[in-house]
Design a protein around this ligand. Structure first.
Ligand SMILES: Cc1cc2nc3c(=O)[nH]c(=O)nc-3n(C[C@H](O)[C@H](O)[C@H](O)COP(=O)(O)OP(=O)(O)OC[C@H]3O[C@@H](n4cnc5c(N)ncnc54)[C@H](O)[C@@H]3O)c2cc1C
Length: 360
């Protein structure tokens, strides 16, 4: 059980700036994001697009802004007062009898926190799934959307769907399993055009030419499931996934042997578990008091795209302002009775000490 002053759900631009504002008020925090890296929408949806409305930065990009925000919190990360956790979904939040909150992730992180700050944006970025009826029953056993244990695929028929670096990387790794390679490796994508790097595409084509793997242009239409040793086309009874039916571009079909299916179809934000934390929501947003950015639940704050209030604009600059007021309100809970005078980073020697910079 990790005890902390504050826990931030989401490390998008607003979650990252929230870390900075908490740090200035000497509030320890942990930050959790479902993505394996910081930046939320900026990093995931528009890393290389220009942004022109960040104050003081006439032009930046999603990637550069995230890098700068990450650099700005480094003093707090280096001192251990802020800790970052990647690839973890906050699944449950429960109020404890002493007023704190118990927060857990399915991967086994357990926290108690005095305040919870939700900076969840449009929701957790999670893998997009195949919309093929019957496949969902095999998720985690034969169908995977995240990197699985490749060694378990020895001697099996492996199918990889997707056209990005992740999909091609998985396919190449399977072909190159040294001990016992898979019996077959097939990459499928609806057409022979890839978003993966040229290097990976060339490596994939070379392995296909050498007969070590296949590429099939097509789409999965149905699973073929064996309920005994007999192959049936009925997904009604959970059995074993043995093959996939494909629709090919010329209108014909193919049945492809498949013991394992890995799909990399990109990530999309899903509100997911947040909707089950018992918080009052308005059109999938958390209403907040604009003096404190606290939700209707004392001790739980919401900043950035996830919150709503009269006049709300889903802009990064608005989220930054929200972080400042949320941090001061959180300090009143974390340090009850303690005055929190406003100090300038320009002149405060206390703040210089926290930031590890020399005052002038
Ligand atoms: C194409 C595009 C262009 C844009 N251009 C601009 C612009 O020019 N200027 C501007 O001001 N704004 C712009 N925006 C909007 C801006 O990106 C958002 O306002 C901003 O990203 C909101 O930040 P956030 O931190 O609140 O949420 P997000 O960036 O959405 O980050 C939220 C994070 O929380 C994580 N999360 C959510 N739930 C959980 C959970 N349960 N467990 C773990 N992690 C979770 C998510 O994985 C995500 O990383 C643009 C948006 C898009 C899509």
């Amino acid at each position: 059980m990790i005890e902390t002053d504050a826990l931030i759900v989401g490390a998008g631009p607003i979650g990252l700036f929230q870390v900075f504002q908490l740090g200035l008020l000497e509030i320890n925090c942990h930050v959790i994001d479902a993505l394996p890296h910081p930046g939320g929408q900026c990093a995931q949806l528009y890393p290389d697009k220009p942004i022109y409305d960040i104050p003081g930065l006439p032009a930046t990009t999603g990637r550069a802004l995230v890098a700068a925000l990450r650099q700005q919190i480094e003093p707090f990360v280096a001192s251990g007062s802020a800790q970052l956790h990647w690839g973890q979904l906050v699944s449950s939040v429960r109020k404890l009898s002493d007023g704190r909150f118990a927060v857990t992730t399915p991967a086994g992180l357990n926290f108690t926190t005095k305040v919870l700050i939700i900076a969840a944006g449009a929701g957790a970025f999670v893998p997009r799934k195949l919309m093929v009826p019957g496949l969902e029953a095999f998720e985690g056993s034969q169908v995977f959307y995240a990197q699985p244990e490749f060694d378990a695929f020895a001697g099996k028929h492996v199918v990889v769907q997707g056209d990005d670096d992740t999909a091609l990387g998985w396919a190449l790794r399977c072909v190159n399993l040294t001990a016992t390679p898979p019996q077959s490796v097939t990459l499928i994508h609806r057409r022979e055009v890839f978003t993966a790097s040229a290097e990976l595409v060339n490596a994939m084509r070379a392995l296909c030419a050498a007969g070590k793997m296949r590429f099939v242009a097509g789409q999965i239409t149905a699973p073929v499931i064996s309920t005994t040793n007999r192959i049936t086309d009925s997904p009604a009874t959970l059995g074993t996934l043995t093959a996939l039916q494909l629709a090919l571009p010329d209108g014909s079909g193919e049945t492809l042997l498949a013991d394992v299916l890995m799909a990399s179809l990109g990530l999309s934000p899903k509100l997911g578990p947040l909707a089950e934390w018992g918080l009052k929501m308005q059109r999938k947003q958390l209403p907040v008091d604009t003096e404190t950015f606290q939700t209707a639940q004392p001790g739980i704050f919401a900043v950035g795209d996830i919150n709503t209030y009269p006049g709300k604009k889903k802009l990064i600059v608005c989220g930054f302002h929200e972080c400042v007021l949320a941090a001061f309100a959180a300090a009143d809970i974390v340090f009850p009775g303690k005055q929190q005078p406003l100090q300038y980073t320009t002149t405060s020697t206390r703040l210089h000490g926290l930031l590890g910079v020399a005052g002038v």
